[in-house]
Structures are given as structure tokens and as C-alpha cells.
Design a protein around this ligand. Structure first.
Ligand code: FRU
Length: 294
């Protein structure tokens, strides 16, 4: 006979390992993109230095409704802190507001929500990165040329800011024109398809600005397949290390430049630790960027 053992939990820490004093919910927009896989890896690596934290991960798979449900689930689990990298700003704002109003400290990572209902935002300045990309485009083209801009997911704030900063920078040169600006939702395959249309529509393209490296590389591959890659320059953003990353694409001469977009994973864990220990933290932390050329 097997004796039934009934365990009754009385504390909020019920079900947590003995050494994990704090439960953290990390809601990730998706894990289909290499940059987000790198972010999660950075969080996990830094969290190893904080044995009293236990992090539970949720992958929203690029779906706003799934991400709302993920956050609601964390609230039911009574997490001590929420880290979120939101898929799109507007649809995720109300649930983050509810979590914050319920007293859960919130760290927003990389993409923003609307308003101010969070403890700390951590991310690079996308407008400044877009601006730097625009200045670089201006200088490699000598102030003259036709540009294709490939946009990220429209409801995500980096897509808006990377576009605004870029356009602001190139506006100084009346000889620069954006002749095509499709949306490819941050995805390489969608950028390839959009670039095929751009190539068909335009006999002359001097530069392609992708809001991230996967889209810039997708555009490069589409141009190469048509034998037109040498005609134009490609610029991206992210600058991930590794064989499939933007840095290698620059080294290989596929991209003329990329701009490092740090994931902030390490900083998120460190700020989480400070918040949980009731130390003062900044409301916004702006991470640095860096231009990478050959
Ligand atoms: C990954 C990603 C990155 C980009 C960031 C912007 O989902 O598309 O490539 O830099 O999101 O939020």
C-alpha cells in the first residue's frame, strides 16, 4: 500500500525551491527571433549569481493576447516581480498597469508600453540609433541616393523610433529619398518577400535600411538572388555576435554597418535584485549602442 502524503502549503512561497526566496515572472514577446533567445540566455546566465531568485519564463509567440494571458497567469502565481518585453505597446499596456497597481514591481525591457506604470524601463534609445543609421546612410551615399526602409512590427515602439530617428537624420540631405518602406514585422522571410517587390518596382536602389539585422540580411539575400546585391548597401540593427548574427554579416561584407542593440538581460536581473532588496532604482536606464563597420 502506498501511503498518501498530503502536503499543505501555507505561505506564498509554496512550491518554490528552498533557496529561492523570490519568484520572478519573465514575459517574453517571442522566442522565434535570435535576439530574444540571446536576451533570455543573458537573463538566465546572470540569474545564476542570485540563488534566491527563481525565474519562470513565458513565450508569447508574437501574440498580444497570449502575452496578456501570460502576465495574468504570473499575477495568479503571485510573482514578486514582473519582467516584460512587450510584443506591442498599446495592447499590453492595460495588463501591465493592472500588475503594477496590484503592487507588483515591473521592469519593462527593450520595447515600451504606453504611460508610466512600471518601476524601471531598461533599453537603448531607438530614436538615437535610427538617427545614427541615417547619418551613416548619408555619409556612405554622399548625400545622394534612393533608399528602401524595411520596417519592424508597427505597434512596437522600436519600429516607430528607428524610423523617426532615421528620417530626421536624412532630412538634412535633400538628395536622399525613401522610395519604398514596407513592413516586414522584424522577420527575415517577410523582408525577403518585401525586398523582391522593391527590386521589381525599382531599377535603382542605393541603400536598404532594415530596422533589424534579420530583415537587412533578408533584403540582402533577395538582392543577391537577383544578382543586384553589389548595386546597393545594407544597414541593420542588433549586432549580435555568433555565426548568424549581424557582426558576422558585416565581417562577410553583406551588411555595410550594424548598430549594437543590447538586450538588457543582465541589467534586468541586477535591477530586479535591487528592487527586491528595496534599494532605490532609476525609473529609466538607457543602454549604450555602438556602430559596427568592417
Ligand atoms: C527581436 C527584435 C530585435 C529588435 C528588437 C526590437 O524581436 O526584433 O531584432 O532589435 O526586437 O524590439
Amino acid at each position: 500500500m502506498v501511503a498518501a502524503v498530503v502536503l499543505v502549503c501555507f505561505s506564498a512561497a509554496c512550491g518554490r525551491p528552498h533557496d529561492a526566496k523570490y519568484l520572478i515572472g519573465f514575459s517574453q514577446a517571442n522566442l522565434a527571433e535570435p535576439w530574444r533567445v540571446a536576451m533570455n540566455a543573458e537573463v538566465a546566465a546572470r540569474a545564476r549569481d542570485f540563488p534566491d531568485m527563481r525565474i519562470v519564463y513565458a513565450d508569447a509567440k508574437q501574440d498580444n493576447a497570449t502575452q496578456v494571458a501570460d502576465v495574468e497567469n504570473f499575477m495568479r502565481q503571485k510573482v514578486d516581480l514582473l519582467i516584460i518585453s512587450p510584443n506591442e505597446a498599446k495592447p499590453l499596456t492595460p495588463v501591465v498597469q493592472r500588475a503594477f497597481a496590484a503592487g507588483i514591481p515591473v521592469i519593462v525591457l527593450d520595447r515600451e508600453i504606453e504611460g508610466d506604470s512600471y518601476t524601471t524601463f531598461i533599453g537603448a534609445n531607438n530614436r538615437a540609433i535610427g538617427h545614427a543609421a541615417g547619418e551613416y546612410a548619408d555619409s556612405v551615399l554622399g548625400g545622394q541616393g534612393d533608399i528602401v526602409e524595411i520596417r519592424g512590427l508597427p505597434g512596437s515602439t522600436p519600429a516607430r523610433d528607428r524610423s523617426d530617428g532615421f528620417r530626421e537624420a536624412i532630412a538634412k540631405s535633400p538628395g536622399l529619398h525613401i522610395i519604398h518602406d514596407p513592413v516586414a514585422n522584424w522577420l527575415r522571410e517577410e523582408a525577403m518577400a518585401q525586398m523582391e517587390s522593391a527590386l521589381q518596382a525599382h531599377d535603382k536602389i542605393d541603400l536598404v535600411y532594415g530596422h533589424n539585422d534579420p530583415m537587412a540580411i533578408g533584403a540582402y539575400l533577395a538582392a543577391k538572388a537577383k544578382g543586384r546585391d553589389k548595386e546597393m548597401k545594407f544597414i541593420g540593427i542588433d549586432g549580435l555576435p555568433g555565426l548568424d548574427g549581424g557582426r558576422q554579416a558585416v565581417a562577410d561584407g553583406k551588411l555595410a554597418a550594424t548598430f549594437v542593440y543590447p538586450t538588457g538581460g543582465k541589467q534586468a536581473v541586477e535591477i530586479a535584485d535591487s528592487i527586491l532588496r528595496r534599494k532605490p532604482v532609476p525609473h529609466r536606464i538607457t543602454l549604450p549602442t555602438q556602430r559596427i563597420t568592417r
